[in-house]
Design a binder for this molecule. Sequence first.
Ligand code: KG4
Ligand code: ZN
Length: 375
Amino acid sequence: MSKNIILGIETSCDETSVAVLEQVNGRIQILSNITASSALIQSKYGGIIPEQAAREQLKSIIPVITEALAEANISQQDLDAIAVTQGPGLIGSLLVGVETAKVLATIWEKPIIPINHLIGHFSANWIDVGSEEGGRRTENLTPPPNFQPPTFPCIGLLVSGGHTDLVLFKNHGQYEYLGGTRDDAAGECFDKCARLLGLPYPGGPHISRLAKDGQEECKLPRPLINSKDFDFSFSGLKTAVGNLVKEQLNERSSKSFFSGVPETSQKNDAASESTLANLCTSIENAIVECLVKKTIEAAKCHHIEQIIVAGGVAANPRLSEELRVRSEELKIKLHIPPPILCTDNGAMIAAAGFFEEKRVDPKDLQANPNLSLAY
Ligand code: KG4
Ligand code: ZN
C-alpha cells in the first residue's frame, strides 16, 4: 500500500488556510482543512487592504497549523512533505505562508513543495470528498462509486478574483495556455458590479444569491463572446452596469445601491428590491454566458471530453448549471469541486503537492507574487 501525507499552506490573499491530506493507493482525501478568514474586516472596508490581510495572517498562521494537525490527528513526524503557495498573490500574505513553511521544513526536516496557487485551484478536482462536503476522514478507503477523478487531456477553466484562464491540460504540470482575460477577472467583475450596487465585499456570492429571484430584464454586453480566440474581457461590463443603474433607478432608490459604499442595512422598497435582483441576474447571466461559451468552444475545438473548473467563481450555481447542461449535450464529463474547495483553501495546495515533483531547499524558496499560467 502506498501512503503519503502532505501539509498544505495557503496564504496568497486574505485567507489563512492549512490542510492535511492523505493519498492512499492514489486516492486523495482530506484529514483536515482549517481556514481563518479576515473577510469580515475586508467587508467593512469594501475590499482587501494588503497590509491588514498580512497582519491578520501573521496572527493566525501558527494556531491554524496547530489546529489542522490536531484535527487530522497526526503529528509532524507523520508528514511526508510541506506544500506551500509560492505565488501569485499579495507579497505580504505570500511571505507569511512561505516563510512559515521554510521554518517548519527546516526544524521538522521535511521536504518543501512550492505550489503555483492557480495550479492549486485546479488540483481541488482530484480531491475525493466522498459523501461529505469539505471531506472528513473515512476509515473505509473503498472509493465511493460517485467520485471519479478527472483524466487527461482536459480543458481547465480557472475563474477567481484575480484570474480568468483557459488551459488545455495534457497531464499534471503539462499544459498549453489557450487564453484568458484581457482586463478584469470574472470574480473581479462580480465584485466591482456588486460594489456599484452597494453590496458587501466579496460581491460574487451576494450577486449570485440575489440573482436567484431576478429576471434578465436588460441584456448587458457580452464582450468578445464571438471572437475567434479564447480570451475574455469583463471591464466594459461594470461600466455598462454603472450606466444602467443610473438610467434605470430614480434619484431616491438609486441612492440605496449606487452609492459605491456597502449599505446592507438600508431597506429598499419592493420595487427597488426587484430592480436589484433583476440587475444581479443580468450581470450573472452576462458573465456566465461568456465563460460557458468559450469553455465549450475550447473543448470542441481541441476535441476534449473532460472539463475541470476551479476558483472562487466556480462556486456560482448558475455557472455550474449552465456548464452541466452544455457538457451533457456534448457528452463531456464536467468536474467542479464542492464550493468550499473552490474558494481559497489549504486542501487544494496539499493536493497539488501530490502531483508536483519539485522539492526545494528551504533556503532557496522565495515567494513570487507574479507567477502565472501563461508562458
Ligand atoms: O479563488 P478565490 O477564493 O480567490 C482568488 O484566488 O481570487 O476567488 C474569490 C472570488 C471573488 O471575486 C468572489 O466574489 C468570487 O470568487 N465568488 C463568487 C462566488 N463565490 C465566490 N462569484 C460568483 N458567485 C459565487 N457564488
Ligand atoms: Zn485563489
